[in-house]
Design a protein around this ligand. Structure first.
Ligand code: PEP
Ligand code: MG
Length: 595
């Protein structure tokens, strides 16, 4: 038996066996006195400045809250604010980072110590006491720094990455070639880090209980990202079992890839369009290799996470035009920037919203910061002459927001007209349906767009009131909840009534238990991680539409999600008993068993 077996939520299917390496432990509150590679110096300096800004903002807020009768005590906060803004502290720390190539924490510590030394030489008790204030401020900045994960440089060799949490922005900075799989203590079923892992074909488990206390760097671990299990110091038997299982999984993948270019057509001739969701242009190879029929969702925000290479209009235009050209005549749906929630840009992190998932996210951010939005729309429109490009707005909550977004789009079109720049004037414009309010007015929205793409990841989050990144409520994240099934059906019906297409691009579309139900609703297409395409196409090719319609009818008669799950599991499992063991399903969590 392994020394310990941990459980979590499998979010990217696969198996891996290797040595663990931790990149950020929450419990680790020590000052990292480490050198950093030169190419990270600018990012490290920015971390320092962000931390100082965060603390400065905190002092400003605190000062604003001091009641009238205590106003004289506000002076203490003022003095802290002054220290925070004092270039001697911040600039000397920044200089330390640059000259010594060390972490921001270590640089800050050195600067505070240096100031301390200088103060102690002064023979004035009042001035010496002021050093105490410098320490208070320094401590606050240190806390802010330690609380934010620092960029990591992985050791040589491939590792099983362990982290307290990993945002997509952190993940994008990692050298992915060195990561064979990863596990995090935080995270939920459809958190974006899991989605990224699927796209990059890295087995991943999130929301792992006791991860930080149980695993040390260098421990040998087995990651079973089919069932959501981690074996620490596995036994010979477990290693042998998982060695075989890994090969079985890889053999299955090889076998299904051979058939991936066949159309996704049911036994009785119902044809479904299966496109890919991608985050990075480099994934295009995988889309083609896995039989994708286009890109149904390009999550454009990922290009903005590359801090050392922030995109401008030209860069974006090149990126989108290359995608369009390489995919043509297949389509590529470019979704406008959907930052926010668990995909924060540094500027947004500064806003320090209490509930970023309910905050300035997606289209709201774009409508607020229209310079970014316009720049992106210009790049998209210019790219539209190179292929079959469509534009899609995320997080639309109502008609007014849609009209505002379209207004900006039209104004960008006029700008290009005036400049004589070519674009496709009939470029299709669609929206994501991912908020309950959009579901309820789907009929109205359908009259003003060319297509719908149902984003179930968020639709489930916002309809059931469950943070999709929160492991504590992950058990409530149920794609077949009657409210969700009805919502999706309502949207598809509304779209068809208005003569537009509705597809699904959330993770449910790559779940073999859910796809037949979507098909029963006559969904027009699905868009999923490239890696998931061969398996889902194969499932579709083995069922018939009549069966799907009947299954949906049955599902709609049940009032509880557990009853629906049991029914669906039984029916689908009977059809594909072996294959299903190679999928990490969204609805299977209570079935986890050890090998
Ligand atoms: C969704 O919400 O279902 C979706 C596809 O978008 P994202 O996962 O990027 O939020
Ligand atoms: Mg979404």
């Amino acid at each position: 038996m392994a020394r310990k077996i941990l459980r979590g939520i499998p979010v990217s299917a696969g198996i891996s066996i290797g040595k663990a390496y931790f990149v950020n432990r929450q419990k680790e509150r020590r000052i990292p006195r480490e050198t950093i590679p030169h190419h990270l110096v600018a990012i490290e300096t920015q971390r320092l400045r962000n931390a100082v800004e965060e603390v400065r903002q905190g002092f400003m807020d605190a000062r604003a809250r001091v009641p009238e009768e205590l106003k004289e005590h506000g002076a203490i906060i003022d003095s802290h604010l002054m220290i925070c803004q004092d270039p001697k502290l911040v600039e000397s720390a920044a200089k330390n980072i640059e000259e010594r190539a060390i972490t921001a924490e270590w640089a800050l510590e050195r600067s505070i110590n240096a100031i301390g030394k200088a103060f102690s030489a002064i023979d004035d008790p009042y001035i010496r006491e002021r050093m105490q204030d410098v320490r208070v401020v320094g401590d606050k900045i240190m806390q802010a720094l330690i609380g934010t994960p620092k960029p990591v440089d992985l050791p040589a060799g491939r590792r099983v990455l362990m982290a307290h949490d990993l945002t997509p922005a952190d993940a994008i900075e990692l050298e992915l070639s060195k990561i064979m799989s990863f596990a995090t203590a935080e995270g939920g079923k459809t958190s974006h880090t899991g989605i990224l892992a699927r796209s990059l074909q890295i087995p991943a488990i999130v929301g792992v209980e006791d991860l930080e206390d149980s695993i040390r760097d260098g421990d040998l671990v087995i990651i079973d990202a089919l069932k959501g299990l981690i074996f620490i110091d596995p036994s010979e038997d477990e290693l042998a079992h998982y060695g075989d299982r890994k090969y079985q999984f890889e053999d299955y993948q090889k076998a299904i890839v051979k058939q991936c270019h066949l159309p996704a057509e049911t036994v009785d001739g119902y044809r479904l369009e299966v496109c890919a969701n991608i985050e990075l242009a480099e994934e295009l190879v995988q889309v083609k290799d896995n039989g994708g029929e286009g890109v149904g969702l390009y999550r454009t925000e990922y290009a903005f996470f590359n801090k050392s290479n922030m995109p401008d209009e030209e860069k974006l235009y090149e990126e989108y035009a290359t995608l369009a050209e390489q995919l043509a005549p297949q389509k590529v749906i470019l979704r406008t920037l959907d930052v926010g929630a668990d995909k924060l840009l540094d500027e947004q992190a500064m806003l320090d919203e209490a509930n970023p998932a309910l905050g300035l996210r997606g289209i709201r951010f774009c409508l607020r910061y229209q310079n970014v939005f316009r720049m992106q729309l210009r790049a998209m429109l210019r790219a539209s002459v190179h292929g079959n490009v469509a534009i899609m707005f995320p997080m639309i909550s109502g008609l007014k927001e849609l009209r505002q977004a379209r207004f900006v789009l039209n104004s960008v079109k006029s700008e290009l007209d005036a400049e004589g720049v070519a674009y496709n004037p009939d470029i299709p414009v669609g929206i994501m349906i991912e908020l309950p309010s959009a579901v309820m007015i789907a009929d109205t929205l359908a009259r003003e767009v060319d297509f719908f793409s149902i984003g179930t990841n968020d639709l489930i989050q916002y309809s059931l009131g469950i943070d999709r990144t929160n492991k504590h409520v992950s058990y409530l994240y149920q794609p077949l909840h009657p409210a969700i099934v009805r919502s999706i059906k309502f949207v598809i019906d509304a779209a068809h009534k208005e003569g537009i297409e509705a597809s699904v691009c959330g993770e449910v579309a790559s779940d073999p238990y859910c796809v037949p139900i979507l098909m029963g609703m006559r969904v027009d297409g699905i868009s999923i991680a490239p890696q998931a395409i061969p398996g889902i196409k194969r499932v579709i090719r083995q069922i018939d539409m009549e069966e799907c319609i009947e299954l949906l009818g049955d599902v709609l008669t049940h009032a509880t999600v557990s009853r629906i799950n049991t029914k669906v599991r039984k029916r689908i499992f009977k059809r594909f008993p072996e294959e299903l063991s190679f999928f990490a399903s969204l609805i299977e969590q209570d079935d986890i068993t050890e090998p």
